[in-house]
Design a protein around this ligand. Structure first.
Ligand SMILES: [Fe+2]
Ligand SMILES: [Fe+2]
Length: 266
């Protein structure tokens, strides 16, 4: 039997991209074969031990050059930014699984499947970028995506509110508009990549909503009040800006009143 937390540690504490992808797919395979142990006796290392590759360079968002899709290299630069989001998403899925212990096996199975899907998204984009003459690491990347993981390393409810139910949910809001832009450019290869990712991401946010409510029940907390309070406590600016994709967010487990609150001005 392979141990899920030992594989998680190998993925989080090594900067080797290829090895991380291989281990992530292999862990999913072990899970589906029933060869994965959930014995959680191995110690949890501090989040500061998580290692990222030397390339791409991480920059504060205001220093990351912005290029229009229609500018030369614009589409490749856009996909480099998305590749980085997916790459960090692999870490986010492994980290929630690794750090928070004592939950039902289904919790760990869900986040392992999500880690594997994020790895697939990353590979899909890398293939697409290769066709455009770009590789991951060729451009600098958004340095802020890991900050919420660090800020919520000791609080599972905050992690669920801020990562799947805030950061990843943002993808549901913006991706349909991005797909429309590529429709105008008649770029069917790019549309196919984005549509595949969007379909999976609804499922990731839904798992975030499901486990958020589950943990609230365990801690005897009201889910909607907790969601609001955690966003106000952890999200810079109090809450994210819309417009919000109500239809997809409802499928992904948001309640109408959570969406009303998000849409209302602070
Ligand atoms: Fe993804
Ligand atoms: Fe995701």
């Amino acid at each position: 039997m392979k141990n899920i937390f030992e594989i998680a540690a190998s993925c989080l504490h090594s900067a080797d991209v290829k090895e991380k992808l291989r281990l992530t797919h292999q862990a999913r395979f072990y899970l589906e074969q029933g060869e994965l142990s959930f014995n959680n006796s191995c110690a949890v290392a501090d989040i500061a031990c998580v290692k990222f590759p030397a390339q791409p360079e991480w920059l504060a968002p205001r220093f990351v050059p912005k290029r229009k899709l229609t500018a030369p290299g614009g589409v490749a630069a856009f996909f480099h930014a998305i590749a980085h989001i997916e790459f960090v998403a692999i870490y986010l899925a492994w980290d929630i699984l690794y750090r928070f212990r004592g939950l039902p096996d289904e919790f760990y199975q869900d986040w392992l499947r999500i880690a594997d899907e994020e790895a697939q998204h990353f590979e899909l984009i890398c293939q697409h970028m290769a066709d455009l003459g770009m590789a991951y690491g060729d451009l600098p990347a958004h340095g802020g995506l890991w900050e919420l993981a660090q800020a919520t390393a000791d609080d599972l409810l905050a992690r669920l509110a801020l990562v799947p139910r805030c950061m990843e949910a943002r993808g549901l809001d913006v991706t349909p508009g991005l797909i429309s832009k590529f429709e105008k450019l008649q770029d069917t290869a790019s549309i196919a990549v984005l549509e595949r990712i969007l379909t999976d991401e609804v499922g990731h946010v839904e798992r975030g909503s499901y486990w958020f409510r589950w943990v609230c029940t365990q801690q005897d907390k009201a889910p909607e009040d907790s969601y609001r309070n955690l966003l106000l406590a952890y999200y810079e600016g109090g809450k994210p800006k819309g417009p919000f994709n109500r239809e997809m967010r409802i499928i992904a487990g948001f309640s109408a009143s959570e969406l009303d609150w998000l849409e209302a001005a602070l």
